[in-house]
Design a protein around this ligand. Structure first.
Ligand code: ADP
Ligand code: MG
Length: 697
């Protein structure tokens, strides 16, 4: 039988998936049968044995089931919120499910339906209550029951218009009809060596495990496969970089002298050392691929500028890509200011972001293509197809953990083997670094520039937030500026947290009346964001109320106080990044964490921040306290290509896969052996933009 290519078969071939449903699937990133087979549950619910309602344990997260007895909505006279309530009963007792401000829920429930709910059980007015539970209505048909109750049930990521129920059905259909024609990528000998199950069996266990152990074994197998392919791609890339012809830049002593004079400060020894490493790479004929690590505020931007100016002085163009518009704009303005009136004043920089109007964008693109622009600073807008450089020789990717390998590669591909510098403030343990970024050399800036004021961090309980505002008022009275950070943008129905928007108004009317407040969050219009940032920079605002959009890069030396409310909601590494926004100038700075200190653990965790300012140490502590799984988060490790495997928790698998990848490439560097055809094909499909020429060439 000819094997079908499941990545070519549209999801529409499934029963019950028409054009409408197809669109909903696309929102989940599922377009083909293969996508769906690899669309894995977010978590599982063990519904093999449900707790009878009479045996519910208060304070615990539980899954329960029962029939809907009543459902109704009303407005609370006390909080003015809309309260929607569903009473669920079984033979033993009943529980009340409650939602706030969601009157539309009414249309989903009917008395008599069976429902499964998951949430934290409380007691309210002498009855069991679950606030905002996850819920699922079980249809009255055999198939649905078979997939949704009395078993371990997969819970998938969701989108509007989709239900767990229909996803489960689609996945099951897919497994039954197509899974057997999947070709196993992992060679048989590797599978035996590491006792990995075959692919089809693994996929069944991931979607519909019979026991929790099955699911774990299956994940091991698919993670191995993903790491294996990923490591092959890293190794191939490394191979191709070392062997490619790059651009040899000339760097004169005079250039270096002029460069150092650009700044009002003396470069730190660390900065000088790293610049020397970068200069060496720039001069060499093989392309640079270097990771620059260094704690917040250590002055990485200077190194980036060095490379850019060197590139331009050799007649080429340079580009700096940053993850947010605020940051891109800041780099751009910093660059303009730095070269003004210097021997580099002839250099023409431009800012390329996504919200330029049509005309300015066209002009910028033309100028970049003609070479009328020397240095382009921008966001993701830089990697769009329409952006063409005349001769790009140096590329910087700032806060690189916010980007993926692919995006890095797309930017480099705009030049002919340019030198690439990627920068990050997230310290990465060395072993992990080697495996993950095996294609990069590593430089580290280890000192913070002298002359910084002190930074002290204090911790207040939530009810003492008033003291924090007093510290803000005092700072403003001294002519300094302040940040107040919240974990969420607006009042959310599910969380009882202060939000940036709401507190912006509340503080303006109360605690910070008469002060000049600004608001900054990720959902504001671009223009508004810029206006607010500009006002803050120009000292037209005293207090910036914000969300974590502040997290990366923002540099306003006059800002000396940062209050973070609900600090327990943030990761330590993230708080450290946030705190890096203050204490950047000569003035003494103070960071005030306001947090719910309900447990000793919560307190101990935050106290790490009080005792040290060293990002590496904080990261290590975070790792110890939270366990590796949550440390980087999916996005943080910067490997957006990895969909399933997690390098933090599965380092052992990663290392095994790496060994096997090395083994295979040693025997068959271009994967041209027929037995490796499927590996080659998959790699080309998964990493096409930057590996195609390596394997075919
Ligand atoms: P990061 O490494 O976090 O990106 P930046 O490059 O934004 O840090 O630098 C932080 C601040 O320190 C900037 O205001 C910058 O001008 C300043 N700075 C950089 N190097 C030095 C130095 N050697 N001495 C004093 N200040 C410096
Ligand atoms: Mg920076």
């Amino acid at each position: 039988m000819k094997t079908q290519n499941l990545s070519d078969i549209s999801i529409q071939y499934l029963k019950g998936v028409g054009p409408q449903r197809k669109k909903v699937f696309e929102r989940l990133g599922v377009e083909t049968i293969e996508d769906l087979l690899y669309f894995f549950p977010r978590h599982y619910e063990d519904r093999r044995q449900m707790t009878p309602l009479a045996k519910l344990k208060v304070g615990e997260w539980q899954t329960v089931t029962g029939k809907i007895a009543n459902h109704s909505g009303r407005r609370s006279w006390y909080t003015k919120k809309h309260v929607y309530e569903v009473e669920v009963g079984d033979a033993t007792s009943r529980v009340f499910c409650v939602w706030f401000n969601r009157p539309y829920l009414d249309r989903y429930f009917k008395a008599g339906q069976q429902i499964v709910v998951y949430g934290k059980v409380d007691i309210y007015k002498d009855r069991f209550q679950i606030v905002s539970p996850d819920y699922e209505i079980i249809a009255d048909d055999e198939e649905d029951r078979a997939l949704s109750v009395d078993r371990i049930v997969p819970v998938y990521p969701m989108t509007r218009g989709m239900t767990q129920r229909s996803l489960r059905k689609a996945v099951k259909q897919c497994l039954e009809k197509y899974a057997s024609s999947l070709q196993d990528i992992l060679p048989y000998d590797i599978r035996t060596k590491y006792a990995l199950h075959n692919l089809v069996k693994s996929l069944w266990s991931i979607h519909f495990p019979d026991k929790p152990e099955d699911q774990a074994v299956a994940y091991r197998r698919v993670s191995f496969e993903e790491f294996f392919l990923f490591q092959i791609s890293v190794l191939l890339r490394r191979q191709s970089i070392v062997t490619k012809d790059g651009i040899a830049h000339a760097i004169s002593d005079e250039f270096c002298r002029d460069f150092e004079r650009l700044f009002s400060f003396v470069l730190t020894q660390s900065q000088k050392d790293v610049i020397r490493e970068v200069a060496k790479d720039l001069k060499s004929n093989s392309p640079m691929h270097r990771l620059l690590q260094g704690d917040v505020g250590c002055g990485k931007t200077v190194v980036a500028f060095f490379g850019c100016l060197a590139s331009v002085r050799n007649g080429y163009q340079a580009a700096i890509m940053a993850p947010t518009e605020i940051l891109a704009r800041q780099h751009y303005e910093n660059l303009v200011k730095t070269i003004a009136g210097s021997p580099f004043r002839d250099i023409r920089p431009c800012l390329l972001i996504s919200d330029l109007d049509v005309k300015s964008r066209a002009q910028a693109l033309a100028a970049i293509q003609e070479g009328a622009i020397d240095i382009v600073v921008g966001t993701h807008a830089l990697i769009q197809d329409a952006v063409n450089f005349r001769s790009l020789s140096f590329v910087v990717i700032d806060e690189q953990h916010k980007f993926g390998v692919r995006q890095r590669a797309l930017l480099s591909a705009k030049g002919k083997n340019p030198d690439v510098l990627v920068m990050t403030a997230t310290p990465i343990p060395r072993t992990l670094c080697l495996t993950l970024y095996g294609d990069l050399d590593v430089s580290t800036i280890s000192e913070i520039p002298p002359g910084r004021g002190s930074l002290c961090t204090t911790l207040f309980a939530q009810q003492d937030a008033g003291k924090a505002y007093e510290i803000v008022r005092q700072a403003v009275a001294r002519g300094e500026q302040t940040y107040i950070v919240y974990p969420i943008i607006d009042e959310s129905e599910d969380l009882d947290l202060k939000s940036a928007q709401e507190m912006y108004k509340t503080l303006q009317k109360g605690e910070l009346k008469g002060f000049r407040l600004g608001l900054l969050h990720g959902q504001m219009k671009k223009q508004q964001t810029q206006d607010v940032m500009r006002q803050f920079l120009n000292k037209e605002l005293d207090v910036l109320v914000a969300t974590t959009v502040l997290e990366v890069g923002v540099d306003v030396p006059n800002a000396t106080v940062m209050v973070v409310e609900h600090a327990d909601r943030f990761g330590l590494a993230q708080l450290h990044q946030l705190r890096g926004r203050i204490g950047r100038g000569a003035l003494d700075a103070q960071c005030v964490l306001v947090a719910d200190l309900a447990t000793p653990q919560a307190q101990a965790r935050l106290e790490v921040l009080l005792s040290t300012r060293d990002g590496f140490q904080i990261a290590q502590q975070d790792l110890l306290i939270r366990g590796p799984g949550e440390f980087f988060g999916r996005h943080q490790h910067g490997l957006n290509e990895l969909r399933i495997a997690n390098p933090q928790t599965q380092l052992d698998i990663l290392e095994e896969a790496r060994q096997e990848a090395i083994g295979i490439l040693a025997k068959d560097p271009k994967l041209s052996d027929v037995n490796h055809a499927i590996i080659q094909k998959t790699i080309l499909k998964r990493y096409p933009s930057y590996l195609g020429n390596i394997l075919s060439g």
